[in-house]
Design a protein around this ligand. Structure first.
Ligand SMILES: *[C@@H]1O[C@H](CO)[C@@H](O)[C@H](O)[C@H]1NC(C)=O
Ligand SMILES: *[C@@H]1O[C@H](CO)[C@@H](O)[C@H](O)[C@H]1NC(C)=O
Ligand SMILES: *[C@@H]1O[C@H](CO)[C@@H](O)[C@H](O)[C@H]1NC(C)=O
Ligand SMILES: *[C@@H]1O[C@H](CO)[C@@H](O)[C@H](O)[C@H]1NC(C)=O
Ligand SMILES: *[C@@H]1O[C@H](CO)[C@@H](O)[C@H](O)[C@H]1NC(C)=O
Length: 642
């Protein structure tokens, strides 16, 4: 099994061919020994933070469309014509959408009257077919016109008039198809106007307005209420393996009442009340439980479902639910799992089928809570709460892998049941993350780990980057840490950078892997995004043993083999200011590709310079299986060799 002969042969080859090897790293490895690598190693963590979902990845384009959350006010709305607008709680659209927009039309008003919505700091309009809809209540029979217009130019990029008959007794639903033409920027408004003469001196109520451009994967398989293609595509390119959702803190709620409730995020949008999210803005929950699962289906991601476990963020002051008070929430999670996994003869499995998905979703991983160790009362009560959920879930679904929300032994049951995985999160500065390179090398291996949140979160690099953007040194530090995890991917089953996406007009938490804005439409892929993509898209199934002439640091590496294609991947991170030569021999290989991401330590991609640092791909040839690569300072590299 051990291939000492290989190693000896390789070393001799290196000695012969590489007289400079004292100045660089000489790596030789065994092509036959190694450890298995987790097939799920790299994936995504998503929660609605920084408008990553509402106003971000989710495709509905109008903001505050259902007046959800604690205090929505008239955010994003403005009157058109002589209208007077107010938020109206006495005219709910449905039992879930409890407010609408009241349009009061003064006496003697003529022409168009109505309102505009500015979207999420802009609405991108391109030549296509958009769908729009609204609910209307009030005595009116006449034209209603939906338009997309330039905010300052007033140029119309779409306009469609329909005849509507509505009554003052109840809301009616109307849909409009818009043929759009391309607007030069995103400074556009969605406008709905009525004929003032027909409502002068009266009022109308409009609720749950919506605007959709074509969604991700719509050409092959239309997903109504789906994802925005321009953000979904870069995610697809990562070739990730899993998606952890729906939080994060955003699952927890400020209070128990504000928590994410699965059964309020499914079905028709007018059935979804939304909630005050934990990151400062209302959540519509239009991207709800089924949309997360369909996203997993479309991108072939293993869903990692996080469940609410009796702990809300205010538990710093209040006490988490324990004992019999926990039981209703345990029962609620069993209902949720039946909705996802149950066959159509079950109550909630049948509901899933009614909502368009007769087949169960392939959930195999469930995390019980989020970061319970971050709070003394959370930590203290976690052993009991974990076991209550563990026992109930394991009893019905013995094959599910259940994950603890922390790896701190103080917060875990004394006797953790066999088969449980532990979640460990880390946010820190670059040097500290690099120092933790070997964190997983010597851990007890009886319970697998997942690292479902990590990032360089230090927001003040050597030169000021306005605390917004991932920068090269930080991304190299993340690569070093990822090499540490990949080397140990018998133990570390999954890892996800966080946060993933941010709207630049609402970034309360920075940095993020991908940022976007609409006024000047832009998607900024950071150095961290590219690092994630390079590592995730180039994966082997076996991590190979090696010998080297140097210790780790400032250069770090890991070598894997993808057995089905006999491809070898060498991942490298140069966490230093000098160029380093690497000499590598892989018997039997002769050519490959080299992808390098590098730049000055404190540089970054931003909205003003989105392509400052991008990966460069070159073909390389080996001589007798020996490859020579010069790694620039502050770089992340992947060699793929055949
Ligand atoms: C290969 O590496 C693994 C993990 O570090 C180690 O347990 C094993 O002994 C190594 N095998 C050889 C042949 O060096
Ligand atoms: C608009 O609605 C129609 C009918 O439901 C559907 O076929 C089309 O794909 C929708 N388009 C968008 C952009 O939502
Ligand atoms: C959601 O489930 C809870 C707990 O079973 C229940 O009290 C509530 O009425 C449900 N809500 C909806 C909208 O079905
Ligand atoms: C679109 O979705 C369908 C159905 O889930 C899937 O078979 C197909 O591979 C997807 N296409 C792309 C480009 O993601
Ligand atoms: C949104 O943010 C971008 C980038 O900082 C800025 O240029 C733009 O003016 C902002 N838009 C609005 C509507 O505030």
């Amino acid at each position: 099994m051990a291939s000492h002969r290989d190693v000896l042969f390789v070393s001799l080859v290196l000695l012969f061919f590489n007289p400079n090897r004292g100045n660089g790293l000489s790596l030789s490895f065994s092509t036959s020994t190694g450890i298995p690598s987790s097939p799920l190693l790299y994936g995504f963590m998503i929660e609605d933070i920084d408008h990553s979902l509402d106003g971000g990845l989710h495709s509905q384009l109008l903001q505050n469309n259902g007046f959800q959350g604690d205090n929505p006010g008239l955010t994003a709305y403005a009157p058109v014509g002589n209208a007077v607008l107010s938020e109206d709680p006495s005219n709910p659209v449905s039992s879930a959408i409890t407010r609408s927009l009241k349009i009061t039309v003064p006496e003697n008003t003529y022409g168009d009257v109505g309102f505009s919505n500015e979207g999420y700091w802009g609405i991108v309009v391109t030549e296509n077919t958009y769908n729009s809809s609204f609910w209307l209540k009030g005595s009116y029979s006449g034209d209603a016109t939906v338009k997309l217009v330039g905010k300052t130019s007033s140029i119309e990029y779409a306009s469609e008039t329909i005849h509507v008959d509505s009554s003052s007794n109840s809301f009616s639903y109307f849909e409009v198809t818009l043929s759009t033409r391309t607007a030069p920027d995103g400074e556009n408004l969605w406008v709905l106007v009525f004929d003032a003469e027909k409502v002068t001196g009266g009022s109308l109520n409009v609720g749950l307005i919506q605007l959709f451009a074509p969604t991700y994967n719509s050409s092959l398989f239309f997903r109504p209420n789906g994802l925005k293609p321009e953000l979904a595509k870069p995610l697809e390119d990562v070739k990730a393996s899993f998606l952890r959702f729906p939080g994060g803190n955003n699952l927890e709620g400020a209070t128990e009442a504000d928590r994410w409730k699965w059964n309020e995020t499914i079905g028709p949008l007018e059935n979804r009340p939304g909630r005050q999210g934990d990151w400062g803005y209302p959540n519509t929950d239009a991207l709800g439980l089924m949309e997360y699962l369909l996203w997993c289906e479309d991108m072939e991601l293993a869903p990692v479902l996080v469940i609410w476990n009796g702990f809300s963020l205010s538990a710093g002051g209040a006490t988490p639910f324990t004992g019999s008070a926990l039981q209703p929430y345990v029962d609620d999670v069993l209902d949720e799992l039946e909705f996802i996994l149950g066959d159509t003869s079950t109550e909630y499995g049948a509901l899933r089928a009614r909502y368009g998905h007769p087949d169960p979703f392939p959930v195999q991983h469930v995390e019980i809570g989020n970061e319970d160790s971050h709070n003394p009362k959370g930590c203290e009560t976690y052993p009991e709460r974990f076991m209550a959920f563990y026992n109930a879930i394991h009893n019905v679904y013995p094959d599910l892998i259940l994950i603890t929300s922390s790896s701190d032994p103080q917060c875990l049951p004394k006797e953790l049941p066999a088969g449980v995985w532990k979640d460990f999160h880390i946010y820190t500065d670059p040097d500290s993350l690099v120092q933790d390179f070997n964190y997983f090398d010597n851990l007890d291996r009886s319970f697998p780990y997942v690292v479902l949140e990590y990032a360089v979160s230090q927001t003040s690099p050597p030169s000021n980057n306005n605390a917004i953007w991932p920068y090269m040194q930080g991304s190299v530090a993340e690569a070093v840490y990822m090499i540490g995890m990949e080397r140990n991917s018998d133990l570390v089953k999954m890892a996800a950078y966080a946060p993933l996406l941010a709207h630049l007009n609402y970034s309360m938490y920075t940095p993020n892997a991908i940022s976007f804005e609409y006024s000047e439409p832009k998607v900024v892929l950071s150095t961290t995004y590219y690092t994630q993509k390079m590592f995730s898209a180039n994966r082997g199934d076996t991590i190979l043993n090696f010998t080297s002439n140097e210790e780790f640091g400032p250069l770090y590496w890991v070598v894997s083999k993808h057995s089905p294609t006999s491809t070898y991947f060498l991942k490298l991170a140069n966490y230093g200011a000098d160029t380093v030569g690497v000499y590598l021999t892989i018997p039997g290989t002769s050519e490959g590709t080299l992808t390098v991401l590098s730049g000055p330590a404190d540089e970054f991609n931003s909205d003003s310079n989105p392509n400052n640092i991008v990966p460069k791909l070159t073909d390389i040839k080996g001589s007798e299986g020996t490859f020579e690569v010069n790694l620039p300072p502050w770089s992340v590299a992947v060699l793929a060799m055949k």
